[in-house]
Design a binder for this molecule. Structure first.
Ligand code: UD1
Ligand code: CA
Length: 456
């Protein structure tokens, strides 16, 4: 059975009050439309088309690489009209699944349940019981509880408006009858639109069964229309991720103050995460890792027994086992730290490898460098890696000791076990096992006197 998914995403989203089309707004830093795409991508034997329209250029700019057929709906004449635009991609024996690009949290299991209800002469409809169904199409059932049609809010009678079973908009049906019904849609309704929902009555008239699936979890079928709903679904999404992690054994000091904007590919036992943590991109975390408050960690591999102290930022980096980072450390892209490395407060480190057991504990900038093992870099050390045009490499070999407040003017090499005296500006290679100093000698001027105020 081939599935053809059509994601409706042409609407503007006026109530977002934004220059950006609605479906590009993000939950967990991922466009709404892509949430829907990622979920439907997991269906077997499925090809996806997206009906887009509003902000066409922006949508393609941002999401063109998605593996879909893009179908432009130049004028938004209604949900039925939107599906019509994709009709060329539908074969008679396909199962067609209609999704909305602005309903980001819909679950794969729910969609599978719906698809399984589809038969030659059965249309499957996802409905939801709502405390307040205002705005939703209402599901009209006969005395035998069989669905007979959907009535849109704006076309509903006072009695129909009292029905609290709403149309989620999500449905699945065979291609052949769908094409026939779409061709017969009229726009003689309160909104002058071609309603997809009108196919329900047509199906009933053709002696089709309307099978309904429902979800207890209302948030799953909520659409985003304004920023308040966007933030609601963001929190729902985040709470779900936090709950999953806690069930996997992760300690979250406060699940309400944890944000995942990407994916945790792996996480070990006994990980403790304090409050206000943002994890982005692809993250691997080993066992027994502690992450202090207010850290942002993006695309990182964190080894076992690592401790990240508060207010640290890590991006595109590997932190070796048993290393200690922060507080207030900034680990920038292409940094690789081996085991037992200490990076302390107000240290910025970029595009640098640091071998086992080395320490850069205070107020330093180390960039474009290769640091050996058991190196000690004193407070206030700077690799001068940039001449305003090009970047150069600093090499610090095993066991070197860099005295505080030194500048290493790259390209430069500090050899094995070399010691650099504090306050040195190193521009040439510092040899192995020797003390190198490059600073003016201390002198005391014995004849000097403090200036005195002139008497008036
Ligand atoms: C629709 C349903 C309603 C259901 C509700 C659930 C119809 C006629 N009504 O109403 O029964 O309860 O969703 O939220 O189907 N879209 C297009 N092109 C268009 C019009 C819409 O792509 O010409 C897309 C929108 O971008 C959106 C989706 O279709 O993703 C739904 O459109 P929207 O205008 O929100 O439909 P509702 O009036 O809310
Ligand atoms: Ca809507």
């Amino acid at each position: 059975m081939s599935i053809k998914t059509i994601i409706l995403a042409a609407g503007q989203g006026t109530r977002m009050k934004s220059a950006k089309p609605k479906i590009l707004h993000k939950i967990a830093n991922k466009p709404l439309l892509q949430h829907v795409y990622d979920m439907s991508k997991k269906l077997n034997d499925n090809s996806i088309s997206i009906v887009y329209g509003h902000g066409a250029e922006q949508v393609l700019d941002e999401l063109q690489e998605l593996d879909v057929k893009w179908v432009e709906q130049k004028q938004q004449l209604g949900t039925g009209h939107a599906v019509q635009q994709a009709i060329d991609f539908i074969n008679d024996d396909d199962t067609v699944l209609i999704l909305y690009g602005d309903v980001p949290l819909l679950k794969l299991t729910t969609v599978e349940k719906l698809i399984n209800l589809v038969e030659e002469r059965t249309l499957a409809l996802l409905t939801v019981i709502l405390d307040n169904p205002t705005g939703y199409g209402r599901i009209i059932r006969d005395a035998n509880q069989l669905v007979t049609k959907i009535v849109e809010e704006k076309d509903a009678t006072v009695d129909e408006k009292k029905i609290n079973e709403g149309n989620t908009g999500i449905l699945a049906v065979k291609g052949k009858p769908l094409k026939k019904w779409l061709n017969n849609l009229q726009n003689s309704n309160a909104q002058g639109e071609y309603y997809l929902t009108d196919i329900i009555e047509m199906a009933v008239n053709d002696d089709f069964m309307i099978a309904t699936a429902s979800t207890e979890n209302v948030d799953e079928v909520l659409g985003v229309n304004n920023k308040q709903q966007l933030s609601h679904l963001e929190r729902v999404y985040q709470m779900e991720k936090a709950n999953q992690l806690m069930l996997e054994g992760v300690t979250l000091k406060d699940p309400m103050r944890f944000d995942l904007r990407g994916e945790i590919k792996s996480i070990g036992k006994d990980v403790e995460i304090d409050v206000n943590i943002i994890l982005e991109g692809a993250i691997n975390i080993g066992e027994n890792v502690k992450i202090g408050a207010n850290c942002i960690i993006k695309n990182a591999n964190i080894g076992d027994n690592v401790e990240i102290l508060p207010n640290s930022i890590i991006e595109n980096a590997t932190i070796g086992a048993s290393s200690r980072i922060g507080p207030f450390a900034r680990i920038r892209p292409d940094t690789e730290l081996a085991e037992n490395v200490h990076i302390g407060n107000f240290v910025e480190i970029k595009k640098t490898t640091v071998a086992a057991g080395s320490k850069i504990n205070h107020l330093s900038y180390v960039g474009d460098a290769s640091v050996g093992s058991k190196v000690n870099i004193g407070a206030g050390t700077i690799t001068c890696n940039y001449d305003g045009v090009n970047k150069f490499q600093t090499i610090i070999e095993d066991g070197a000791f860099i005295g505080s407040d030194s500048q290493l003017v790259a390209p430069v090499t500090v050899r094995k076990n070399a010691t650099i005296a504090a306050g040195s500006t190193i521009t040439k290679e510092a040899p192995e096992d020797r003390l190198t100093l490059a600073r003016s000698r201390q002198v005391t001027i014995s004849s000097w006197q403090r200036p005195k105020k002139k008497e008036k």
